[in-house]
Design a binder for this molecule. Structure first.
Ligand SMILES: NC(=O)c1ccc[n+]([C@@H]2O[C@H](COP(=O)([O-])OP(=O)(O)OC[C@H]3O[C@@H](n4cnc5c(N)ncnc54)[C@H](O)[C@@H]3O)[C@@H](O)[C@H]2O)c1
Ligand SMILES: O=c1ccn([C@@H]2O[C@H](COP(=O)(O)OP(=O)(O)O[C@H]3O[C@H](CO)[C@@H](O)[C@H](O)[C@H]3O)[C@@H](O)[C@H]2O)c(=O)[nH]1
Length: 480
């Protein structure tokens, strides 16, 4: 029986391995982690992450050919294929701080693999890593190998949160990079055989190691660039009276451009886009390509600009002050159908409003108070470490109140900000919300989910990203 072990039971390791176990009943899959609380949760009825369809997959396989364990060394030593899906945060100190990927967790996993291995292994990079990481890992493994053969493969993950199970069941492609030697090709074939249990072979792309590593960073950079492009247009739409949804629709009808990833928003969030682009920027700089680095940096600058612009509209339209005013925040997760808050634009928007002394009442159907308080107290990039190693802030922010209901959040509020596109926000009773708010009542829709005409008819002053502005907003321009 082939044995697979995955180091890292996170958003990638957990769902990916659960699907491999489901689709390959003859393979034994162990997912291991240094975080005891994460493994306990994976072995319980309350899984550590919220992802539609995940519960069913885990329930079908757990205890049969899918195991979650903290006994990292045992499972690694027994495995034929070891996936490594640990954190690769942005460095906060030292060389490359604020840009380069911190490979501390990766390196410690590689050293442990070398220490405990007694048989040949295929080691698979599942984490997103800088180009040429495989070479570094190879060096660590071979210098400590005691005669064991390690083949390194790059198999980046392209799943998106909220649709992870769907994406894993039916991926656009699976990418496997390896050495162009007979041993490397044999390792590629072994991993291809695993995916071929359910992925059509023409969707399994094989390449060299560096192409696979770089393709992951490139794909995320291209996706994020589309969002920054449409968000840049949204500012111009507001200035000219064009409607960004109409512009995006017209542009996306060009089959060369396509309709996806053209939704203007308060900004992209999530654990990957910003981190991976910063990583790409650093690699460009290290390779003497400052112009290329600056090109990609601009994608992040526009994203930051979009969040700042949103906060400025809120403050300027409310007579240039939100001090002591209750503002309801609907949605805190970085997108719908996930409880993940990593790099969510809600953090920057909330911090901006708190900087102007607002009182925030926050509601998200999947994010609890503890998480929100942690996020608002945490320093940039500190989130991307194993939970038990994250710096904790002892105090919670008093201006922030977290509630479990959109109506409670909006009661007596001066303004409402929609920051995540949860479906339930489309069908709220906005008349009831309006009746219970202070007047004039404002809605700032950072996800373009509400029907502006209907809300205006109720009496709201409405700001929607990239849409023609209300006269009220035109009269109160934001000047930073
Ligand atoms: N989240 C996504 O949607 C996504 C998609 C594609 C790729 N990625 C990449 O995959 C990697 C993992 O991302 P994630 O979102 O799953 O992160 P995560 O923080 O959810 O999970 C990482 C896990 O690794 C564990 N870990 C760290 N060091 C360890 C070690 N030495 N031994 C055992 N366990 C260890 C941590 O405790 C944590 O549970 C990152 O490189 C990320 O960029 C993420
Ligand atoms: O038209 C759009 C599409 C997305 N977003 C925002 O962009 C962010 C990222 O969304 P999405 O890409 O759907 O989610 P992620 O889970 O971050 O997935 C991205 O990052 C993963 C980690 O690398 C990759 O595996 C995926 O392929 C890639 O889509 C979210 O804040 C979205 O709200 C927009 O603002 N407008």
């Amino acid at each position: 029986m082939v044995k697979i072990c995955c180091i890292g039971a996170g958003y990638v390791g957990g769902p990916t391995m659960a699907v491999i176990a489901l689709k390959c009943p003859e393979i034994e899959v162990a997912v291991v982690d240094i975080s005891v609380s994460r493994i306990t949760a994976w072995n319980s009825d309350a899984l550590p992450i919220y992802e539609p369809g995940l519960d069913e997959v885990v329930k079908k396989c757990r205890g049969k050919n899918l195991f979650f364990s903290t006994d990292v060394e045992k499972h690694v030593s027994e495995a034929d294929i070891v996936f490594v899906s640990v954190n690769t945060p942005t460095k906060t100190q030292g060389l490359g701080a604020g840009k380069a990927a911190d490979l501390t967790y990766w390196e410690s996993a590689a050293r442990m693999i070398a220490d405990v291995s007694k048989s040949n292994k295929i080691v698979v990079e599942k984490s997103t890593v800088p180009v040429k990481t495989a070479e570094a890992i190879e060096k660590i493994l071979t210098h400590n190998s005691k005669g064991i053969d390690f083949q390194i493969l790059s198999n980046p993950e392209f799943l998106a949160e909220g649709t992870a199970i769907q994406d894993l069941f039916n991926p656009d492609r699976v990418l496997i990079g390896g050495r162009e030697t007979p041993e490397g090709q044999k390792a590629i074939a072994a991993l291809r055989d695993v995916y071929a249990h359910w992925v059509p072979v023409d969707r399994i792309i094989c390449s060299n190691l560096w192409s696979a590593e770089l393709s992951k960073l490139a794909a995320n950079a291209f996706l994020a660039q589309r969002i920054s492009s449409v968000n840049a247009m949204s500012a111009l739409c507001e200035a000219t009276g064009a409607d960004v949804s109409q512009v995006a629709h017209a542009v996306g009808k060009d089959t060369r451009i396509g309709p996806k990833f053209l939704n203007a928003s308060v900004g992209f969030g999530g654990s990957c886009f910003q981190k991976d682009i910063l990583n790409l920027v650093y690699i460009c700089e290290c390779n003497g390509l400052p112009e290329v680095a600056n090109y990609w940096k601009q994608v992040i600058k526009i994203n930051d600009y979009q969040k700042t612009r949103f906060v400025n509209w809120i403050v300027s339209s409310m007579f240039n002050t939100v001090s002591g005013k209750k503002i309801a925040i609907l949605g805190f997760a970085f997108k719908k159908d996930t409880g993940d808050t990593r790099e969510t634009p809600a953090i920057d928007v909330c911090k901006g409003l708190l900087g102007d002394k607002a009182l925030l009442s926050i509601y998200d159907p999947q994010v609890n108070e503890e998480q929100i308080q942690r996020d608002l107290a945490m320093k940039k990039f500190d989130w991307d470490h194993p939970v038990h190693l994250q710096p904790m802030s002892p105090t919670s922010i008093k201006q922030v109140n977290v509630v479990w209901d959109a109506y409670a959040a909006t009661k007596d509020a001066h303004g409402v900000c929609i920051l995540t596109e949860w479906d339930e926000f489309k069908t709220l009773d906005y008349q009831r919300i309006y009746d219970n708010m202070r007047k004039p009542a404002f809605i700032f829709d950072g996800r373009n989910v509400v029907d502006e005409a209907k809300l205006r008819a109720i009496g709201f002053i409405v700001y929607s990203i990239g849409k023609p502005l209300d006269q009220w907003l035109k009269d109160m321009p934001a000047v930073a």
